[in-house]
Design a protein around this ligand. Structure first.
Ligand code: BG6
Length: 467
């Protein structure tokens, strides 16, 4: 891997330094003040054993009650911006119809408190948290749910659009497709590519319609989407490997990136699905609304690359289609691994993403909306003063920022860097297994918060606008 080394790395004026989180992963109070269940609340109620250590979403980190204290900790860790999400099942508990006044009070207070502390609020509208009543109608497979989501989005814009200037329709919309409709990981645990493709298309339509409403309301702000980009690298430059990487990229990156930026699906992806009769149902007007509503700003979540090779393992006869029928995963010898999470660490990929956006996506404004290092069993790094010495996280951030800096110097339009995440939070079926925070949350001791070494360092990073 190339190494970059300079004495210091200064970032552009007004660069965003902060972190990302989400409502369902931090608020807790899952059945308080009128909130109704989302799919994770429901799934936990029927299958608690599917969640790490059987820790469910009912309390998470209790941001609902402790947001004022937490926002002070954001200040202490140098945040000038922070993303969270508005929970649909809290704001409109029945999915459609009545707005919950207690939820309005809560989100108003959070937004006001952030602004009072000079922290720009970024609001996302969907972080995997389908209201259960909407799932019962078919979730993203249902057109009725698209309409209900667009109403929910409009309600948010009208209620909070006077103060929130950065809006995001979805976080990682491909994850519910992968986890819920392909790989049997999350509720509703369907394994059916065609249904997954329908979920993907309907999500993109819901996104485009929400962008359309936002523009029509003439809100003074920007709207975008947050995508987890996992660039695909071929094992070799042999044409079959290169083709495999191209196909993986079509499925896992460009399936969402192209429609939200260029207004259309990649033609070769459409061809692949058409040949196999896997295209989703498209209603009149869908392609038009997608075409007419490109985003203003892109959030890029980057964790790790995808490495692939030409298909070698035979596909069992009659097996239902999976993208992996067209390529095999490739384990690159010598790759660097985060031993505490098992994910590859490859910092320069963040630069490749920046160059791809610059060269192939019109250099649209974007920011790194998530990047971070999950560590299981982080308590072992606690020092005698009682805080976690996570030098590995500081190094992880620095090594990525060096490449972000290089990308900026070469003309990428990157506006900021948000770490995943502010404080250790609950993460779906993984619960509190992998810790990502700048701030520790002590599950055994009243959810007490303690700033880690990385949190102290992050404040200096933000104050110096570089390191
Ligand atoms: C991100 C998601 O991709 O990964 C988060 O946006 C999630 O919601 C995070 O919590 C970490 O995942 P994990 O599985 O390592 O806890």
């Amino acid at each position: 891997m190339d190494k970059i080394s300079r004495e210091n790395y200064q970032f552009p004026k007004n660069f965003w330094w902060g972190s990302a989180a989400s409502g369902p992963q931090t608020e807790g109070a899952a059945d308080s003040d009128g909130k109704k269940p989302n799919i994770y609340d429901y799934w936990y109620s029927i299958e608690p054993g599917s969640f790490h250590n059987e820790v469910g979403p009912e309390h998470t980190s209790d941001f609902y009650h402790r947001y004022k204290q937490d926002i002070q900790l954001m200040k202490e860790t140098g945040h000038n911006s922070f993303r969270t999400s508005i929970q649909w099942s809290r704001l409109i508990p029945d999915g459609i119809g009545e707005v919950n006044p207690k939820a309005v009070d809560f989100y108003n207070s959070v937004i006001d408190e952030l602004i009072a502390n000079d922290i720009e609020p970024f609001m996302n509208l969907y972080h995997f948290d389908m209201p259960m009543c909407m799932q019962e109608k078919g979730g993203w497979e249902s057109r009725e749910v698209i309409d209900a989501y667009v109403k929910f989005a409009e309600t948010c814009f009208r209620l909070f659009g006077d103060r929130v200037k950065y809006w995001f329709t979805f976080n990682e919309p491909i994850v519910p497709v992968e986890a819920g409709y392909l790989y049997n990981l999350h509720y509703p645990k369907v394994v059916d590519f065609k249904r997954g493709a329908q979920v993907a298309h309907n999500t993109i339509v819901a996104h485009a319609k929400a962008v359309d409403v936002f523009k029509k309301l003439n809100i003074d702000g920007k709207i975008g989407i947050i995508l987890n980009l996992t660039p695909s690298y071929p094992r070799s430059q042999e044409p079959e490997d290169v083709k495999a990487a191209h196909i993986a990229d079509l499925f896992f990156n460009r399936s969402f990136l192209d429609p939200v930026t260029k207004g259309e699906y990649p033609k070769d992806l459409v061809e692949i699905l058409k040949e196999r009769e896997l295209l989703p149902a498209v209603e009149p007007g869908d392609l038009e609304v997608i075409r007419n509503n490109p985003i203003d700003i892109l959030g890029v979540n980057y964790y790790q690359p995808r490495r692939v090779k030409a298909k070698e393992d035979p596909v069992p006869a009659g097996a239902p289609f999976m993208p992996e029928h067209l390529f095999d995963p490739y384990i690159m010898p010598g790759r660097k691994i985060n031993p505490h999470r098992g994910w590859e660490i490859c910092e320069e990929v963040i630069y490749d993403i920046m160059m791809d956006i610059r060269d192939h996506y019109d250099n649209i404004p974007f920011f790194i909306s998530e990047n971070g290092m999950g560590v299981e069993g982080e308590g072992k790094f606690r020092n005698t003063e009682g805080f976690i010495e996570d030098d590995y996280r500081i190094e992880f951030i620095q090594e990525h920022l060096k490449w972000v800096h290089k990308g900026l110097q070469e003309g990428a339009n990157c506006l900021g860097y948000h770490l995943w995440t502010f404080m250790d939070n609950w993460s779906w079926a993984n619960s509190y297994k992998n810790r990502y925070g700048l701030v520790e949350v002590d599950l055994k001791n009243n959810l007490n918060r303690t700033i880690k070494k990385s949190g102290r360092w992050y404040k200096q990073l933000s104050e110096n606008n570089g390191f």
